[in-house]
Design a protein around this ligand. Structure first.
Ligand SMILES: Nc1ncnc2c1ncn2[C@@H]1O[C@H](COP(=O)(O)OP(=O)(O)OP(=O)(O)O)[C@@H](O)[C@H]1O
Length: 258
């Protein structure tokens, strides 16, 4: 099988409440995936199961064809990085320290940072536009700055798979565009498999190779953007009426709420 991330009949409950039901998906190397669906449909839960943050049953989640249960923590951190939705930063670390944490899987406990590590960290901070904030305390950043720092940490981790939970939710319109382009470039130029939770259907349409649309913890549609986001599916899943129009300049379709 050619998939880099896959699930087989994945289920998840919080107590009595079923959150994900029989989810079977395959994701291929180097593609940009978006996960969409209404609030509470199970997007973050799925991402956390893929990252091993929430426990899954054996033989239900595979990362690079290995059952997640057999992958050691350090090895997992070399395979997959996560940009979580809300990052609670209470400690007085500097931006540089946080981004350097991305290098942890490659260093032993008492080893000093190598020149290579420092270069990778500086490059990641430049790419995400936080290099000027390098010495600032993490607790003194705006939500959008912090989000870019966490993305820089994931870039510095140099993984083949990157999971992102609404990475542009706190960003202003300029950075929304810039960061979406940056993540898309990481996918297309470095071959990183991106799995991205996003609410904006136009962003999903524009950047995704494949879209997974969840409804009530089940796969509602999974496939090419134009097959997944249609008038009918959006009405059924979000209960809103939309039109899909051809943009006069851009090649992708635009979703307009009626
Ligand atoms: N720790 C928890 N304990 C109990 N229930 C939870 C917990 N975390 C999430 N849930 C519930 O699981 C369901 C799915 O949540 P999840 O965060 O995966 O949805 P989501 O699709 O990511 O939503 P959103 O778009 O609002 O971020 C929701 O009904 C939520 O209330």
């Amino acid at each position: 099988m050619n998939s880099i991330v896959s699930t087989k009949k994945l289920n998840f409950n919080y107590g009595e409440k079923t959150i994900l039901k029989d989810l079977s998906i395959n994701m291929e190397k180097g593609l940009f995936y978006s996960i969409i669906g209404p609030n509470g449909s199970g997007k973050t839960t799925l991402l956390k199961l893929l990252a091993g943050i929430l426990p899954s049953n054996k033989n239900t989640v595979y990362i690079k064809n290995d059952d997640i249960h057999v992958i050691k923590q350090k090895e997992m951190a070399k395979r997959l990085s996560v940009v979580p939705q809300i990052t609670d930063m209470q400690y007085e670390f500097s931006v540089f320290d946080i981004v350097m944490m991305g290098r942890t899987p490659y260093t032993s406990r008492f080893q000093k940072n190598t020149e290579e590590d420092i270069k990778i960290v500086n490059d990641a901070m430049k790419e995400t536009g936080v290099i000027e904030l390098k010495d600032k305390k993490i607790t003194q950043l705006s939500g959008g700055e912090l989000q870019r720092v966490i993305l820089a940490r994931a870039i510095a981790q140099e993984t083949d798979i990157m999971l992102l939970d609404e990475p542009i939710s706190h960003l202003d319109i300029g950075y929304q565009y810039e960061i979406s382009e940056l993540v898309h470039n990481l996918c297309k130029k470095k071959g990183i498999t991106v799995i991205n939770i996003v609410h904006d259907l136009n962003i999903a349409m524009r950047y995704s190779d494949k879209i997974l649309m969840l409804k009530n913890g089940q796969v509602y549609r999974y496939g090419d953007p134009e097959d997944v986001i249609t008038k009918e599916t959006v009405k059924d899943v979000y209960s809103i009426d939309v039109e899909l129009i051809n943009h006069p300049i851009l090649t992708d379709k635009k979703v307009i709420i009626k």
